[in-house]
Design a protein around this ligand. Structure first.
Ligand SMILES: Cc1cc2nc3c(=O)[nH]c(=O)nc-3n(C[C@H](O)[C@H](O)[C@H](O)COP(=O)(O)OP(=O)(O)OC[C@H]3O[C@@H](n4cnc5c(N)ncnc54)[C@H](O)[C@@H]3O)c2cc1C
Length: 416
């Protein structure tokens, strides 16, 4: 079999697609293999927010106590299914050990760098290539009904200013004037003018469209069942019996990346963090900008042609049931804060598995000890927001160019 000079990208979510698009645009030929349809997994029903605002690490002081409290409350946004799973408990332990002030503060910089760089690159891509994906860069607002939660959050988010991320505090009157869709009874809000949003399923489709128009070969319904090193590179065997061999392979299979890597002897700490969403037609009185209802951790995104509620973080392995209790909690959370919490017609109920690492950063770069194998996975709650910078960093590294930010914090070698 001839060894192709193309890069074989495995996985057609926003991360694989962003890498394929950036590589092909740089003139590096790409073949992308996606077992389902493009963007059909985690990249489909997420909230589509573009969020430098989320640069604060999840592992924050007090987080363990909050998580334990949530575990005892049935409708809470966080849940760990009690079961024997050594990899999950090791993951949770590593995460818990990071919940101190010093680690929290040190972990902001690499997250902020990836998010802000991605924001600028995505603006440029949308403009330059005319992506039709409902992209807007008009901010996002955190809404608080609990005044003490607001005060704590104001203190924590003040740290973002040092990383070039603007935060504006809104009192209750200013918040209600800015967002007439909110019910009275709010304590105030935090507004992040540099955030944005897009319709994620359309973004994935558009990345596929422009990558193909630049010459990328994209195969849907192409499941890779085995990846093995050869004398000259890597061989990906497909479920239909075909195989592709290439010098370089990029693993971008999101929440499934650790499973594939495990078969190659790697132990990457990527756990599926299950989240849910419900999509409706747009209500008459929709929020003007995306909102995060912080008291219930519900994210609300309205587009010209739709409306989505999304949230929850469930560590329950690859459990693929749509849990009614979690979906109901989304609507209850929205009803507490919004005058019109749901749209006139429900279009889709959905779940996805966020690819979560315990240090809240993705794995980007060459896999040590495996020449020709590369990875871009583990983007957790922010794969859409980090997609453009991920594509750029991988393209730079694969072509021997210095990336726009230091890639060291994301190197796969940190996990061995
Ligand atoms: C409820 C919810 C809300 C969210 N909201 C936001 C948000 O507002 N903003 C944001 O930035 N992020 C958000 N996220 C996170 C975001 O959705 C993810 O980080 C992102 O989609 C991950 O993209 P990915 O390409 O790595 O993974 P995926 O989209 O899961 O793509 C991986 C692909 O690999 C394919 N694949 C797997 N195995 C194989 C194989 N063997 N052969 C071939 N193909 C294979 C899969 O079919 C899949 O299409 C949210 C997530 C959830 C669950």
């Amino acid at each position: 079999m001839a060894v192709a000079d193309e890069v074989l990208v495995l996985g057609g979510g926003v991360i694989g697609l962003a890498c394929a698009q950036a590589l092909q645009e740089r003139g590096v030929p790409v073949r992308l293999l996606e077992r389902d349809r493009l963007g059909a997994a985690t990249s489909h029903g997420n909230c589509g927010t573009l969020t430098p605002s989320h640069a604060l690490p999840l592992a924050a002081p007090g987080m363990v106590a909050t998580a334990l409290r949530w575990m005892l409350s049935p409708g809470a946004p966080f849940y760990v299914k009690p079961r024997v799973d050594p990899a999950l408990w090791a993951w949770l332990l590593r995460f818990a050990r990071r919940c101190d002030a010093a680690t929290f503060q040190a972990a902001i910089a690499p997250k902020a760098a990836l998010l802000t760089t991605s924001q600028a690159l995505l603006d440029d891509l949308v403009r330059r290539r005319g992506l039709d994906c409902g992209h807007a860069r008009d901010g996002l607002t955190y809404v608080y009904r609990d005044a003490s939660r607001l005060e704590r959050s104001v203190r924590d988010h003040a740290l973002l200013a040092g990383h070039g991320i603007a935060v504006e505090r809104l009192d209750a009157d200013a918040l209600l004037a800015a967002e007439p869709a909110l019910k009275p009874g709010v304590a105030g809000g935090l507004h992040f003018p540099g955030d944005g949003h897009l319709r994620p399923e359309r973004y994935a489709a558009e990345l596929g469209r422009i990558a193909r128009s630049d010459g990328a070969v994209i195969e849907e319904g192409a499941e890779v069942v085995e990846l093995a090193p050869t004398a000259r590179g890597w061989r990906a065997r497909l479920a239909d019996g075909r195989a592709h061999e290439a010098r370089r392979v990029l693993l971008a299979t999101g929440p499934w990346a650790a499973r594939m890597a495990a078969r190659l002897g790697r132990r990457w700490p990527i756990q599926p963090g299950k989240g849910y969403s419900i999509t409706y037609d747009r209500p008459a009185l929709a929020p003007r900008r995306p909102l995060v209802l912080k008291d219930r951790s519900v994210c609300v995104t309205a587009w010209a042609d739709g409306f989505r509620l999304g949230s929850t973080m469930e560590f329950a392995g690859y459990d693929d049931r749509l849990t009614r209790r979690r979906l109901d909690a989304l609507e209850r959370g929205a009803a507490e804060a919004l005058r019109e919490p749901v749209g006139p017609a429900k279009r889709e109920e959905w779940f996805g598995w966020r690819p979560m690492t315990w240090d809240d950063l993705p794995l980007l770069g060459a896999v040590p000890g495996a020449p020709g194998l590369w990875v871009a996975a583990g983007h957790g709650m922010m794969g859409v927001s980090m997609s453009a910078a991920t594509g750029r960093i991988l393209t730079d590294l694969l072509t021997g160019v210095a990336p726009p930010i230091d890639p060291a914090p994301y190197r796969p070698a940190r996990f061995g």
